[in-house]
Design a protein around this ligand. Structure first.
Ligand code: BG6
Ligand code: MG
Length: 227
């Protein structure tokens, strides 16, 4: 039975994935290395330092640990300056209706994000109060595709992995959800991901399919002793 939906944040609930892209693009331009949307696809779901490596791999220069820390900090400062203008209008299409529907059905709502900025983004967009559980980059040691973030969210929600649905826009996030033993609904950049159990362009397109999604949890996850 479906009891908990764990949402990724950037690119699933909020359009901050675009702000990450712009901030990294500026860092790449400063370093004189090419950087495009396909590079950015590989940054989705992974930590800030791992995202930096995607930019640096195109440079012929070898960066010291100190230089890397300084670049990651500069990216975060650029990103955070863009966050200062963030409000509820950054919430993506279909999100509010989906949260309302899940609330009506008594589903535990959770966020599982690799971002250390997640708590602030949830506050700014007025999503914080709607979430029962938030696990962010501040709470984890391993970023996606490691399942840690989703396992922790499920544990804090007091549910079993097979009772959870992960909503993701990153290939690494889909992988993490499956590794956690959960079903995965892929949207946005991951909408064609073959590993996902359900695929939609966005949560608005998923809207009419939730009865089927709930039913899939009844079919494949019989309760112990049921039947
Ligand atoms: C994820 C993004 O949500 O958060 C990644 O998809 C990003 O691209 C990661 O690198 C870490 O974010 P932050 O805000 O801690 O730099
Ligand atoms: Mg994402």
């Amino acid at each position: 039975m479906l009891k908990c939906v764990i949402f990724d944040l950037d690119g699933v609930l909020v359009s901050t994935d675009e702000l990450h892209y712009r901030a990294w693009k500026a860092i790449a331009a400063k370093l004189g290395v090419p950087f495009d949307r396909s590079d950015n696809m590989r940054q989705r779901g992974v930590s800030r330092m791992e995202s930096l490596e995607v930019v640096l791999e195109k440079s012929s220069h070898t960066f010291t640990e100190q230089e890397k820390q300084a670049l990651a900090q500069e990216k975060n400062e650029r990103y955070r300056s863009m966050l200062s203008g963030l409000g509820p209008d950054a919430v993506l299409e279909g999100v509010c209706d989906t949260l309302a529907m899940l609330e009506r059905r008594g589903i535990v709502l959770a966020v599982g994000s690799s971002s250390r900025n997640a708590p602030e983004i949830l506050e700014r967009t007025k999503l914080a109060d709607r979430m029962d559980v938030v696990v962010s980059g501040l709470d984890i040691t391993h970023s996606k595709p490691h399942p840690e973030v989703f396992c922790k969210a499920g544990q804090r929600a007091g549910v079993l992995p097979r009772e959870c649905l992960v909503v993701e826009d990153a290939a690494t996030g889909v992988q993490a959800g499956k590794a956690a033993g959960m079903k995965v609904l892929a949207v946005g950049a991951a909408k064609d991901n073959a590993q996902a159990d359900f695929r939609f362009a966005d949560l608005s397109e998923a809207q009419s399919s939730w009865n089927g999604i709930f039913a899939a949890f009844e079919d494949s996850c019989p309760e112990p002793g049921a039947g």
